[in-house]
Ligand binder design. Sequence first.
Ligand SMILES: Cc1cc2nc3c(=O)[nH]c(=O)nc-3n(C[C@H](O)[C@H](O)[C@H](O)COP(=O)(O)OP(=O)(O)OC[C@H]3O[C@@H](n4cnc5c(N)ncnc54)[C@H](O)[C@@H]3O)c2cc1C
Length: 353
Amino acid sequence: MSDSNQNRKYDIIVIGAGPTGSTAAKALSEKGYDVLLAEKFRMPRYKSCSGVLIKKSMELVKKYFGEEIPLSVTCTPIDNRGMIFTTDKGKEYRFEQEGLNVWRSSFDNWLAQGAVSSGAELRDNTSVISCEESSDKVIVTMQGEKIYTAEADYVIDCEGVVGSVKRKLLRQEQDYITTYQTFNHGSIELDLHYFYAYLQPELSGYDAWFNVKDDKLVLGVAAENRAALPEYYDCFIKYMKDNHSLNITDQLKEEKWLMPKIKPGCHVDFGKGRVFFAGEAAGFLNPMGEGISAGMESGHAVASAICKHFGNTELIYSEYKKLASQIWVYMSRQWDFVGNMADTFSNMKLSVK
Ligand SMILES: Cc1cc2nc3c(=O)[nH]c(=O)nc-3n(C[C@H](O)[C@H](O)[C@H](O)COP(=O)(O)OP(=O)(O)OC[C@H]3O[C@@H](n4cnc5c(N)ncnc54)[C@H](O)[C@@H]3O)c2cc1C
């Protein structure tokens, strides 16, 4: 880090170069704002993900980044053709929809480079430790090679699920779902163009899933109680062997990750003072862990609100909430839909108060 970064003043500092942060950083720098995009890990960074871009996400990329998604970030089968749900009663529902199969590390890096090409400064390997508001600015403490501060008129916190900066600001704990997935060589008798979600309670405390990335069969389970994951995973593997002739020859990798636990009412935190929250950090997440579209939309919404009312924090909040209301409606309806498909999610039905 050069000494010139110390106490450097930006219009906006965006925390986290995921889809939410890169969308916000691009939208702001396109309008001429001086933007720092701070990312904890070296880019391209890893993110555990099924890597399915639904049609809505593909359209948002086109709208916000003005380009087609390059083949270099995709994996095979490139064209995802939709989702096949098995309900808790074992009934199958098919949702045919055009989608794209991507590797998140390459896709997210491409988005971040899109923000850079619009003028944002990307500083990776840089973790934001805290944000403190002081009169008309935010003092942001960061750790790269050493600890230093920078200042901004506003901060957009897009740090994803763990939300350590948000937790410090709101002094509130987050409830999590733990995901566990493995990458395997082998074979299975299923159409590999679809993402499969299984809602039977004996297979997971949340959902279980199967999809393919290049020649790898990805099998995962999720639960609030992480101690139960090994048992769920074994049941799921047995189920896939019995029902779809799964044959694993080699397990290449296993990984655990977290997702926010979305509760009835789909609560969203918009921010505190001059620090706004967007994406998963705010609580935007659709069922079955589809979060890229809500992340990009909320990142763009808060950026648009800042552009419109820079200097008037109250008006930024009301504009952000107005723009985000459609994302919330979509998210609530999707959860309602899943609530009607499986008892595990019945508390998410809109009719349940
Ligand atoms: C197993 C799994 C499968 C999923 N599959 C899909 C899928 O197929 N399709 C889909 O749409 N969604 C999927 N999701 C959800 C999706 O990954 C998230 O909703 C999405 O990544 C949220 O985007 P974001 O930008 O808000 O957060 P993230 O993508 O998590 O980005 C946050 C960034 O902030 C950085 N960061 C964190 N703290 C700091 C800090 N203090 N300082 C600086 N940087 C920081 C992180 O390193 C990260 O790069 C899946 C999630 C899981 C766990």
